[in-house]
Design a protein around this ligand. Structure first.
Ligand code: SAM
Length: 290
């Protein structure tokens, strides 16, 4: 809803004054776009026509409060505005769950290609967080049965709310627990399992940016000594959990591809391969149960 009208000149002057307070311009412009409806295109229009008036979706005073909170203790803007755009939708986010990352978007494209010949199957999203993977699968595979698991109650509640709003007619159930465990009754029936597990080696957590390490849940980041504790558990579980011919697709840290794909091969998985992210980094490991 439009609540505020402002001249381009006043707005641009205010934007410059906000930048002098600190922070990254790219983050401030992201905030203007997502919270106040000033897209990059709209911003260029304002710069070209500074004498014209235009509308903001929230008052500048509110944007100022959000920006100052962000500068004060590095709270991620997504948590401050409770929103994060991801693929073709916008999620509610909170400090209960990781802020969905851009590289995870590609996991969905890889998965959809693998199962484009199956009209109705069963998928699971292990470690659903705020639910981005589950919601994408529910949207793209409407005839499938979906299962979203997380060990964090807060994350699971958030994912449920997001799914109810974004895909109200979906066939997705939520499970609280440790990776494959809460799905035990359905082991052997999953055609597709996706996971973006915590995969950062414990001793690297301290080196993360404050905006990440001081605010995002440790349980969503810390993958243990070599970063692969969760990945190994998920891959081993897939030996029983997947249906014959079912796919497992995992996101991992930038330097784990060889170790994870070797582990998949060593335990007897088939059609083991990897995919690179948009920066050319081997980021996704893929395998299939015999
Ligand atoms: C890296 S986050 C990914 C969240 C979401 N899938 C995404 O891509 O934004 C990992 C998720 O795994 C969950 N998790 C951590 N340990 C778990 C466990 N033992 N069993 C199930 N989920 C777990 C965390 O709570 C977190 O939500």
């Amino acid at each position: 809803m439009v609540v505020n009208s402002i001249s381009g000149n006043t707005f641009l002057h205010w934007r410059r004054s906000m930048m002098l307070k600190g922070g990254r311009k790219v983050d401030f412009d992201w905030l203007l776009d997502i919270a106040a409806g000033v897209s990059w295109r709209k911003l260029q229009n304002i710069i070209l026509n500074p004498d014209k008036c235009f509308s903001l979706e929230i008052p500048i005073e509110e944007i100022e409060v959000i920006w100052e909170s962000h500068l004060k203790d590095n709270t991620p803007l997504q948590y401050l505005i409770s929103k994060c755009p991801w693929r073709d939708f916008e999620l509610e986010v909170s400090a209960h769950a990781l802020i969905p990352r851009q590289e995870t978007e590609f996991l969905i494209d890889i998965a959809l290609k693998k199962v484009d010949n199956i009209n109705a199957g069963r998928w699971a999203d292990l470690g659903t967080g705020s639910g981005p993977i589950a919601i994408s699968l529910a949207k793209s595979l409407p005839n499938w049965k979906g299962h979203a698991v997380d060990i964090s109650k807060g994350a699971l509640q958030l994912a449920k709310r997001n799914l109810e709003i974004l895909v109200p007619q979906s066939n997705v159930k939520f499970f609280l627990g440790d990776w494959w465990e809460p799905l035990e009754k359905l082991w052997g029936s999953f055609d597709l399992v996706l996971s973006n597990p915590p995969y950062i080696p414990s001793d690297l957590i301290e080196d993360l940016e404050p905006v990440v390490k001081n605010h995002e849940p440790l349980i969503a980041l810390d993958g243990g000594e070599d970063g692969m504790n969760a990945s190994r558990k998920i891959i081993l579980g897939a030996l029983n959990g997947l249906a014959k011919g079912g796919w497992l697709i995992l996101e991992h840290h930038y330097d784990q591809s060889e170790k994870i794909t070797s582990f998949m091969k060593n335990i007897g998985m088939e059609e083991v391969s990897f995919e690179k992210d948009l920066s050319g980094i081997k980021r996704y490991a893929i395998c299939r149960r015999k």
